[in-house]
Design a protein around this ligand. Sequence first.
Ligand SMILES: C[S@@+](CC[C@H](N)C(=O)[O-])C[C@H]1O[C@@H](n2cnc3c(N)ncnc32)[C@H](O)[C@@H]1O
Length: 240
Amino acid sequence: MISEAAIWHDLECGSYTADLDCWRDLAAQFDGPILDIGAGTGRISLMLAREGNDVTALDLDDSLLEALRGRTGELPIDTVCADACDFDLGRRFSLIIVPMLTVQLFGGTDARARFFSCARDHLEPGGCVALAIADLLDDEDGAAGGESPQDDTCTVDGIGYSTRAVALNERPGQIGIERRREIVGPRGASAVKAATDWIDTLDEEILEAEGRAAGLTVAERRFIPATDEYIGSAVVCLNG
Ligand SMILES: C[S@@+](CC[C@H](N)C(=O)[O-])C[C@H]1O[C@@H](n2cnc3c(N)ncnc32)[C@H](O)[C@@H]1O
């Protein structure tokens, strides 16, 4: 049975497709095993594995990885429940991807330094660490996550789930995406909860400097366009 965390994760992240070509291109360029950091229920791991890549999906939340394991079938995906800022897998990867602002969930400079140290130690020589980041207050495209244009909804085992981003909140060094989540039971009784994801403020220069400090080389920046629902992001690529 899928966990409630996995249902919310699928609803809030699962329909995002604007970044897939970027990860697909990088996988082709850095041909070899891929480590997907913060893989969640496997939106990107599954796509990369279906296209013939050897993928390891790492996440802090095993209930999300459990949902991913339920979807892998015969695909070559290993799952690892671990903190991205403290892991030792005893192997190296050609490409380490950190999609969808996940690096902005680590909780600040020290945590990112620990992540970069782990990533460097798991990278093949000449391999690449690629991290997608965004400035949530940059609302030029009108898609910065303040208020979703519509609810995302689904029904699982007769229970209805609906979620919508309703506000951006600020506190020092972080922006919170506040969502209104509603669950409607089979007899119509409903419960509403607020949930906030706190995102570290971060830009390309800071991330590149942190990567350099860990011994990585700045390679290139790619850009993922905004959609109606999601802000555009930059992908910082660092080589080992
Ligand atoms: C925004 S979601 C992205 C999920 C997936 N990569 C995607 O693009 O659909 C962020 C994911 O990172 C995971 N995460 C956050 N902090 C983490 C950490 N310190 N170590 C490992 N995973 C983490 C969360 O559990 C969540 O699954």
